[in-house]
Design a protein around this ligand. Structure first.
Ligand code: FRU
Length: 481
């Protein structure tokens, strides 16, 4: 076990914020050193949204997993990130793995997985902790090991309440067939009781399900999870691992997710995994990890000593069994009003505009005669392209014209009839795009070789009847000690 010196690590963070390197994002959470992954412990407490996330402060490898912590009232101003939880006893000596947050008796509590390996055997324990000042104090272990019938792949608890009782859902792998599943535990006077697996109709669906969330939208229950081991298909499942959901009605009596939808992905980009949802005042706010396990070599910032970002907060809505995601409304405060550029054109085939250091672009097109519409973010000769094939109703995201970092194409069905609507956030390396008012979203990282401001071009093969939109310069997140 490494020795984690909180004082030293926090002091080093203090010296390095705000982040300056040209590949560092301005309105996405990231760290100046080390590797970050899953958002954890999200909770609203004392008037603030608390965001924790997986962090290896000692290097860009997937080990030494700690939790970093920041808090924000408005998703624009953040407390300076600090080290909040780290491996320092036998139970979590191999990592403080992912978990959730909750508010209990006026305290912010977290529930996380203690990762421990003895002679290569995993002994995962689920443990509570409480935020005291600037660190999480470790408290009771409520489940000391994996239950019978489940392998050592048993992690990432997410608390929820039903009928006035507390439960958590947790990611797992079945022993019998080594397939992924989730279990639910119920809090009882005698401790936390295993209610078993959540039945569903997905069939054989990968070898492990990580990071489940169970979220209520009206009378629907949505189970979000990250299955590993699914084959890529023509229009979905194109990343090595997925992050998606099924919506239905969960019966805790029969432990069955009844009448559920098919599995749908939450994001269509290359760089999205392990999202967490916080429910607050009727809002479902999601933050994801902008990264992907087992693809570290696609992210060239490792050479500079840091890796990965978190997505901007998104607000989710469920309509007809499908999740729509939009950027959280607070992000409108990043818009620098004076910089607004209006776009208004009719009967055109092409339009280009220079962008800012950080930009938001809103576009609404009446597609007219055009069959193929290509929206390009160009960094000199390097390009990220969004190609819409109207006949096939397919959107492709093409990263092959970038020199560094991950490349490739992602394709998905998108039903734009006469109108195509895009909302694009272009940070230094993070691009988040929302299609058709949030019907689909995509997170993409690009690492332009040269430090040039990007330009956006919309080009169609036939005349667009009309195009209207707006471009703003976006401000950076602010960090206060
Ligand atoms: C998902 C994950 C979780 C685990 C954590 C460790 O990215 O593998 O299952 O708790 O990362 O960092």
């Amino acid at each position: 076990m490494e020795n984690f010196n909180k004082q030293e690590i926090d002091a080093k963070l203090k010296e390095t914020f705000p982040l300056e390197h040209r590949w560092h994002n301005r309105f996405h959470l990231e760290m100046p050193f080390g590797l970050i992954n899953d958002p954890n412990g999200m909770a609203y407490h004392d008037g603030k949204f608390h965001i924790f996330y997986q962090w290896n402060p000692l290097g860009c490898e997937h080990k030494n997993k700690c939790w970093a912590h920041t808090a924000t009232r408005d998703f624009v101003h953040y407390s300076l990130p600090e080290l909040a939880l780290w491996p320092d006893d036998v139970h979590d000596k191999d990592g403080c793995y992912s978990g959730c947050g909750t508010v209990e008796d006026g305290r912010l509590r977290v529930l996380y997985t203690c990762n421990r390996k003895e002679d290569g055997v995993r002994i995962p324990a689920q443990r509570f902790g409480s935020l005291k000042g600037d660190k999480v104090e470790k408290e009771e272990i409520i489940v000391p090991d994996h239950p019978e019938g489940i392998t050592g792949h048993f992690r990432d608890p997410y608390l929820f309440t039903r009928r006035g009782k507390r439960y958590f859902v947790i990611g797992a792998q079945r022993e019998a067939d080594e397939k992924g599943t989730v279990l639910i535990y119920e809090e009882t006077a005698e401790g936390w009781k295993n209610l078993g697996e959540v039945k569903n109709r997905l069939g054989d669906f990968g070898y492990m399900w990580e990071c489940p969330n169970l979220v209520q939208f009206g009378s629907y229950d949505v189970l979000i999870f990250c299955p590993q081991g699914l084959e890529a298909r023509e229009f979905d499942r194109q990343n090595i691992y997925q992050a998606g959901y099924i919506a239905g009605h969960l019966s805790l009596d029969s432990m069955d997710m009844m009448q559920h939808t098919k599995f749908q992905e939450l994001d269509r980009g290359f760089d999205f995994y392990a999202p967490q949802v916080l429910t607050h005042e009727g809002r479902q706010i999601l933050i994801g990890w902008m990264g992907m396990p087992d693809k570290d070599s696609e992210y060239p910032t490792a050479e500079l000593g840091w890796q990965y970002s978190l997505t901007m907060p998104r607000e989710l809505r469920l309509r007809q069994g499908h999740i729509y995601s939009r950027p959280a409304r607070e992000l409108k405060d990043l818009r620098i009003a004076e910089t607004a550029v209006e776009l208004e054109a009719e009967d055109i085939k092409e339009i280009s505009r220079p962008l800012f250091e950080g930009s938001e672009i809103l576009l609404d097109m009446d597609l007219g005669e055009s069959k193929e519409i290509v929206t390009t973010l160009a960094y000199g000769t390097e390009k990220l392209r969004f190609i819409y094939d109207r006949k096939e109703q397919v959107m492709s995201i093409d990263r092959n014209e970038m020199k560094k970092g991950g490349r490739g194409v992602r394709r998905f069905k998108l039903f734009a009839d006469e109108n195509l609507s895009l909302q694009i956030f272009v940070d230094k390396t993070a691009v988040e795009i929302f299609f058709q008012h949030g019907e689909e979203a995509a997170s993409i990282l690009v690492f332009p070789e040269k430090n040039i401001r990007p330009e956006i071009t919309i080009a169609a093969d036939g005349e667009l009847k009309s195009l209207s939109g707006k471009i703003w310069e976006l401000d950076s997140f602010r960090f206060n000690a």
